[in-house]
Design a protein around this ligand. Structure first.
Ligand SMILES: Cc1ncc(COP(=O)(O)O)c(C=O)c1O
Length: 397
């Protein structure tokens, strides 16, 4: 397969938004490629033309194909996948279904996404969980020795955010999985892959996670309002979903029901069908571009942007980690990040802001305050990077 650089013009031409803006907000919501957009529009048109249920029946084969595509991308099986409307709900449906007992001990990191942290604290209040935070090592990723030590005590679950919402860090997911399996084979390994799906290859067999949650709109470049949950087959029967409807379970009498045996026990009956189809198209698109190639290119563009920004006086890069991906975070001394972002936006450069509130346990971020998150993707051109760097340098003067 030719490298992305050889296909860049075509890939960018496939993304109408690249002609409008310099988009550095793929970690927020990416620009969808035409085949994804068209899939969503076509289905909405079909619904408007023949009726929503009738359109869903016609699209059934494609809906099923979307599960198969997601499973293929993860090296999972179709019965391990549930379509869920976003990453937070996917994580919730997975995590809240773990059969916790009072006093169960769970491990988390300072990088846990705040919605997940709220869920963990909520479960702590409900079930009396004991929470232990595994600190970072000197590179800002999880301290694997500290994790190993913590895993010597009984542990019910380990919660990891693969790439935090506010930094390029990639946590060593497979090493974490190996340590969990070595010391606590029955512990649940819950991986938030919201920012890594579509940015890098994800192989749930290599990672060894039991639960993985993803959103559609970020690095996968799918539509908003879509996402999915992976739940390891061998563990589905242990789960007790926090919510059930007549799709997730079946009434067996007027007083009892049976929960579905597959991961669709975590789904709703009513759903955004066009979104599910669009997500399937986005996964197919990412796999056609090639996730290995995407990952190589994203890392390259991320480093290019960091290195160029560092040539500007007063710029500080806040990304940590041994392996860093497409999320680039920085601030400019003496210029409030809100102002810098507005200046960039006035030049049609999209970025977003971040701060400690997104990863509340990460106290080091408090001193930094609010900073710019400029996230690159494989379609980010060198020219766009130059535009962002030049605009930042202009504001710095
Ligand atoms: C690491 C991480 N996890 C979870 C989420 C939540 O995703 P969603 O908004 O689809 O629920 C985000 C969103 O920014 C995120 O960055």
């Amino acid at each position: 397969m030719p490298s992305i650089i050889d296909r860049l013009d075509q890939l960018r031409a496939d993304t109408p938004g690249t002609a409008q803006v310099a988009h550095f907000n793929h970690a927020g919501s990416s620009l969808p490629p035409t085949p994804v957009l068209q899939t969503v529009i076509d289905h909405l048109n079909l619904e408007a033309t023949i009726g929503g249920y009738e359109a869903a029946a016609l699209a059934n084969e494609h809906i099923e194909a979307s599960y198969a595509s997601i499973a293929r991308m993860l090296n999972a099986t179709v019965d391990e996948i549930a379509h869920i409307e976003n990453a937070t709900r996917a994580w919730d449906m997975g995590a809240y279904s773990i059969p916790f007992q009072p006093g169960d001990r769970v491990l988390i990191t300072p990088w846990e996404y705040s919605s997940n942290l709220i869920g963990i604290l909520h479960m702590q209040k409900r079930f009396g969980l004991e929470i232990e935070v595994i600190p970072n090592d000197q590179f800002g990723q999880i301290d694997l020795d500290g994790l190993e030590e913590a895993l010597r005590k009984p542990t019910s679950a380990v919660f990891i955010t693969h790439m935090p919402t506010n930094g390029g860090l990639v946590q060593p997911a497979a090493e974490i999985g190996a340590l969990i399996r070595r010391h606590q084979p029955d512990a649940w390994y819950v991986l938030d892959a919201c920012q890594t799906a579509g940015q890098m290859p994800l192989n749930v067999q290599e990672i060894g996670c039991d639960i993985l949650s993803v959103t559609s709109r970020k690095y996968l470049r799918g539509p908003r309002g879509a996402g999915f949950l992976y739940m390891r087959k061998g563990r589905i029967a242990e789960t007790n979903p926090p919510l059930l409807d007549l799709h997730a379970a079946e009434l067996t009498s007027s007083t009892d029901y049976m929960i579905r045996p597959d991961a669709r026990r975590f789904e709703n009956w009513e759903s955004y069908v066009a979104g599910r189809l669009g997500l399937g198209a986005a996964v197919d698109y990412a796999m056609a571009v090639g996730l290995e190639a995407i990952w190589a290119r994203v890392q390259e563009q991320g480093e290019r942007l960091r290195n160029k920004l560092l040539t500007i006086d007063g710029v500080r890069i806040h990304d940590t980690g041994v392996v860093r991906g497409g999320i680039v975070t920085y601030s400019l001394a003496g210029v409030p990040s809100e102002q810098l972002r507005a200046e960039l936006s006035a030049r049609k450069i999209n970025t977003s802001l971040s701060n400690i509130y997104r990863t509340y346990l990460h106290s080091d971020l408090e001193a930094i305050g609010t900073y710019i998150r400029a996230s690159v993707h494989y379609i980010t051109s060198d020219d766009e990077i130059d535009q962002l760097v030049a605009a930042t340098a202009e504001v710095a003067r």
